[in-house]
Design a protein around this ligand. Structure first.
Ligand code: HSE
Length: 440
């Protein structure tokens, strides 16, 4: 790039985020140029629907329905990949890198699965692959982890990094409605996609958590090792019981560094309601980061949406504009740590995760039942932190017991739950939800 010329953007996809990016780049052009030191302009757009692109950009730039024409165009300096998926998108990103172009992407799935090869290719070619928009939308969490907190040894990160599921959980709690009913409502309102699988099964959050783990600890991206559990099996009853005990249930992406490895997991979690993050409701995102020097910091904002995500895409474009003429070895490394300094710390299996638990059991309402249960827990060295027993309904003969445990290894909890479920006085399966205090 010539330092007095504008930066020419090739935009792949002009849907929600692409449209927002075009709009904000145009509206704030002067402010952006003052920051970047040169204008940043969209010069070439590829979209399946060229008319849609034309409607937005008029005659301001070239338009095609062939994204490969954009990544091959010598006049394009930076490719902004907003088409999603990981087949064509992967090919396009690799092709752009081969052609010596910088890439800005919001594609968490692509980077969580193929980030190692993409970053290695970019490193070799001396180009930047920037991905602020891939994690928590408009929240600058990548910037915070890679730069703002770079003095710290990061201990753990825990985030509400999927707005769809947070919206659903908020509605389930506030209205006492079951998951399926709230999901339908979320789809009607446009909060959930027609096919919501990636969101509700936790995959989207796991893609983001995988990227967070890599830049927090300086390890390769390892999506295949992440533990992923969504919210589809959560019952409104447990959200109510958790509330009675002073907790909210959130879908969290959690990654924690331990002596023996790294925990990387996405699943529903009870959080004390006194924590700020427990009060993040609706489609908002929030991320807590614990650094050894700074303590716990919290980042909150919109995790999706046209202009919120565009905010992150354009911040990356400004970074690229500033850094494009610098020595590649002196840039912020893709995964925050120098590429030859990445650790091979193992991602721990979920059986070795250390958390507290919420357990709900339906039991016969008779003498000795509780004693049997607490004996089994003690036998696995699991200590009870709190307990709630509901008065048995008249004539029913069974009652619900809710136990909160102290922190234990997941495999010990599994062993105890197996033995508890085998007791004749315990009816059906034990409902188990992990609990994190998220303290400093
Ligand atoms: N589908 C995501 C969410 C937004 O619900 O948060 C894009 O990552």
């Amino acid at each position: 790039m010539n330092s007095i010329q504008p930066v020419n953007i090739g935009l792949l996809g002009i849907g929600t985020v692409g449209g927002g990016t075009y709009t904000v780049l145009t509206r704030n052009a002067e402010e952006i140029a003052r920051r970047a030191g040169r204008p940043i302009q969209v010069s070439f757009i590829a979209d399946r629907d060229p008319e849609r692109a034309r409607a937005l950009s008029g005659n301001a730039c070239r338009i095609t329905d062939d994204p490969f024409a954009v990544v091959a165009d010598p006049a394009v300096d930076v490719v902004v990949e907003l088409i999603g998926g990981y087949t064509t998108a992967r090919e396009l990103v690799m092709r752009a890198i081969e052609n010596g172009k910088h890439v800005v992407t919001a594609n968490k799935a692509l980077l969580a699965l193929y980030g190692n090869e993409i970053f290695a290719a970019a490193q070799q070619k001396g180009v930047i692959v920037a991905f602020e928009a891939a994690v928590a939308g408009g929240i600058p969490i990548i910037k915070a982890l890679r730069e703002g907190l770079s003095a710290n040894r990061i201990e753990w990160v825990a985030g509400i990094i999927n707005g769809t599921t947070n919206f659903i959980l908020s509605e389930m709690r506030e209205k006492g409605l079951p998951f399926a009913e709230v999901l339908k409502e979320a789809q009607r309102l446009g909060y959930a996609e027609a096919d919501p699988t990636f969101d509700i099964e936790g995959m989207d959050a796991a893609h983001k958590a995988t990227l967070i783990a890599a830049i927090a600890f300086g390890i390769p991206v390892q999506f295949d090792k992440a533990y992923v559990e969504g919210i589809t099996k959560l019952e409104a009853l447990d959200i109510q019981y958790a509330g009675q005990l002073g907790y909210r249930i959130k879908l969290l992406g959690i990654t924690r560094r331990r002596q023996d490895g790294v925990e990387l997991r996405v699943h529903p979690v009870l959080i004390p309601e006194k924590r700020l993050i427990a009060n993040v409701e609706g489609a908002m995102n929030a991320v807590l980061v614990k650094g050894d020097a700074v303590g716990v910091t919290l980042y909150h904002g919109k995790g999706a949406g046209a202009e919120a995500t565009a905010s992150a895409v354009i911040a990356d474009l400004i970074d690229v504009a500033r850094a494009a003429t610098t020595d590649p070895d002196n840039r912020v490394p893709h995964l925050a740590f120098q590429p030859d300094q990445l650790h091979d710390l193992a991602i721990l299996p979920i059986e070795d995760a250390e958390t507290a638990f919420y357990l709900r059991l339906t039991v016969d309402d008779k003498a000795g039942v509780l004693a049997d249960i607490t004996r089994i827990l003690a036998g696995e060295n699991i200590s009870i932190d709190a307990m709630l027993q509901k008065e048995a309904e008249e004539g029913k003969g069974t009652t619900d017991i809710i136990l909160l445990t102290h922190i234990c290894r997941e495999k010990h909890a599994n062993a105890a739950i197996g033995k508890i479920e085998a007791l004749p006085s315990v009816k059906g399966a034990v409902t188990r939800i992990r609990l994190e205090t998220l303290g400093g």
